[in-house]
Design a protein. Structure first.
Length: 262
């Protein structure tokens, strides 16, 4: 599952006017991408029944083809949601996009209508609420908190997007340094998420400066810290061995990464 960030308003602000006008349509969401793909995870496009198009999933012949697919199925509600893989290479036996930039991307299709306007409006207009929007085979839903806990929900998710009205920092370490840093980042206006592997650690349990606190296995930290180029990650665990383990699990993913010694 991929995760990205969507600042409040963002791309959803382009969907809302169409819904307010009573239009229905298909939302295309890039759920995964790799290599030289024109559409990156989190790109969105809304195609309305009236023929209007908002946003982009990468452009070119691939986008034109998928828009036509969305239009052809728009009035068949039971066809949604579904995934469509696109390979941007010549000579592929299947899923070939018609482009030759050598990457790949997967696009999810969701049917959205005026009945969805209330939750889209709430998401666009929120000012202080932190949440996550999940895209999956059951549709789209909003869940509270900046870090989706997939193991708790048991729900299959293709892609999740954090909705944030302020920057988020993930602090790995619940000791003295971690507590001091959560206070500083909180006062600077960050939404602070703290992690530690020690269950019942009083220093973290009593920490009033962290907005969210999770006990996780450092060897599986990547399952709990969503990949996000706008998320800051700071390593201040109880020792360099844990810092190194966490760094190895996270270093090849996309962050605003800021490791430091604990």
């Amino acid at each position: 599952m991929n995760t990205a960030v969507n600042n409040v308003g963002g791309s959803w602000g382009t969907v809302l006017p169409a819904l307010k006008a009573g239009e229905h349509g298909v939302l295309l969401v890039v759920t995964a991408s790799q290599g030289s793909s024109p559409g990156r995870a989190g790109f969105k496009m809304f195609v309305t029944a009236a023929g209007r198009m908002y946003g982009s999933i990468g452009g070119g012949s691939m986008e034109h083809k998928l828009v036509e697919l969305a239009r052809s199925l728009m009035d068949t509600a039971e066809a949604f949601p579904f995934l469509k893989r696109q390979i941007h290479r010549e000579g592929e036996a299947r899923d070939r996009s018609g482009m030759i930039c050598s990457g790949e991307q997967t696009v999810a299709f969701f049917r959205i209508g005026p009945a969805d306007g209330a939750w889209v409006r709430a998401m666009v207009e929120c000012t202080d609420t932190q949440g996550t929007i999940e895209f999956g085979p059951e549709g789209i839903r909003l869940v509270p908190g900046t870090v989706p806990q997939a193991s708790e929900s048991g729900r299959q998710v293709w892609f999740s997007e954090r909705i944030s009205s302020r920057p988020v920092v993930a602090i790995v370490g619940g000791g003295h340094v971690g507590r001091a840093l959560t206070r500083t980042m909180n006062l600077l206006g960050f939404h602070v998420v703290q992690f530690d592997h020690r269950d019942g650690l009083e220093m973290m349990t009593a920490n009033e400066w962290a907005h969210e606190k999770y006990v996780v296995d450092p060897a599986r930290i990547e399952e709990h810290v969503p990949e996000d180029p706008e998320l800051f990650v700071v390593l201040v665990s109880h020792g360099y061995r844990t810092d190194e383990l966490v760094l190895r699990r996270l270093i090849r993913r996309r962050w605003s990464l800021g490791p430091c010694d604990g």
